[in-house]
Design a protein around this ligand. Structure first.
Ligand code: NAP
Length: 251
């Protein structure tokens, strides 16, 4: 495997949309660092799958909501691959269905710590490595937002929707901040996508229940979201920065 090969780090890369980004990234020729929080088996299985297909990958454990974990994760990638060309802020959580007037402070703080603070800390570490201001050679960042940022998720999880609103603003602001430093920053904003995140929020039937209400009468697949991410990371998107690309099937 040549050292000239570009390196991609994906937070929450072990399952769902993140795993699809890792697979497509490896197919596109990136060496891939697969971050996960706790499900080591899923991360190791994905790494084995990428390697069996001739790619280079390794798994790196770390909670994006813990600053020391974020710093250690990027340092592990430095040691393993010696460069960072592409970064995807994908790790994210939902919580169980609740109205705002039922939410505890602890719930909202956890949501913001993982989805917002975690994305800021990871973006900071990526920019420190990519930006020409810091001696880097440039790079591309994609943040995973959600259609919930536009829709608000009333009665379900307004805290989650608001966290994704912050991701949209991070994308616009950071893109403009580093636009002359060789770093492009964009967001992909998926609609309902068929992953395990819905079960983790106590709604395993959410995709089946919602699909008739969606314009295309179906949810997105993780691959459909991942292909938009790979496009924004690629040189084909060289004049695109600060964009929020809806991958929401007309929703
Ligand atoms: P998922 O299937 O639940 O997978 C979540 C991934 O994130 C797993 O790899 C998990 O690791 C990891 N993760 C969770 N908390 C983490 C933390 N604190 N630190 C590091 N990694 C963590 O989720 P998904 O549906 O693919 O969602 C991925 C992204 O897309 C999220 O940002 C989500 O908000 C966004 N999104 C999803 C949908 C949808 O309908 N699915 C729609 C719009 C936007 P473990 O395996 O170790 O648990």
């Amino acid at each position: 495997m040549s050292d000239a090969q570009k390196v991609l780090l994906v937070t929450g890369g072990s399952r769902g949309i993140g795993a699809a980004i890792c697979r497509l990234g490896a197919e596109a020729g990136y060496r891939v660092a697969v971050n996960y929080a706790s499900n080591e088996n899923a991360a190791n299985a994905l790494v084995a799958e990428i390697k069996a297909a001739g790619g280079a990958a390794f798994a790196v454990k770390g909670d994006v909501g813990v600053e020391a974990d974020v710093v250690a994760m990027f340092e592990t990638v430095d040691r393993a691959f010696g460069r960072l060309d592409a970064f995807v802020n994908n790790a994210g959580i939902v919580d169980v269905k609740a109205r705002v007037d039922e939410m505890s402070g602890a719930r909202v703080e956890r949501m913001m710590r993982i989805n917002v603070v975690g994305s800021f800390l990871c973006a900071r570490e990526a920019v420190r490595r990519m930006s020409t201001r810091h001696g880097g050679k440039g790079g591309a960042i994609v943040n995973i937002s959600s259609a919930a940022a536009r829709l608000g998720a009333p009665g379900e999880y307004v805290d989650y929707a608001a966290s994704k609103g912050a991701i949209d603003t991070l994308t616009i602001g950071l893109a403009r901040e580093v636009v002359t430093e060789g770093v492009r920053v964009n967001a992909v904003s998926p609609g309902i996508t068929d992953t395990e995140i819905h079960a983790s929020g106590g709604q395993p039937d959410r995709v089946a229940r919602m699909q008739d209400l969606l314009p295309m009468k179906r949810a997105a697949t993780s691959d459909e979201v991942a292909s938009a991410v790979l496009y924004l990371l690629s040189d084909a998107a060289s004049y695109i920065t600060g964009a929020i690309l809806n991958v929401s099937g007309g929703r």
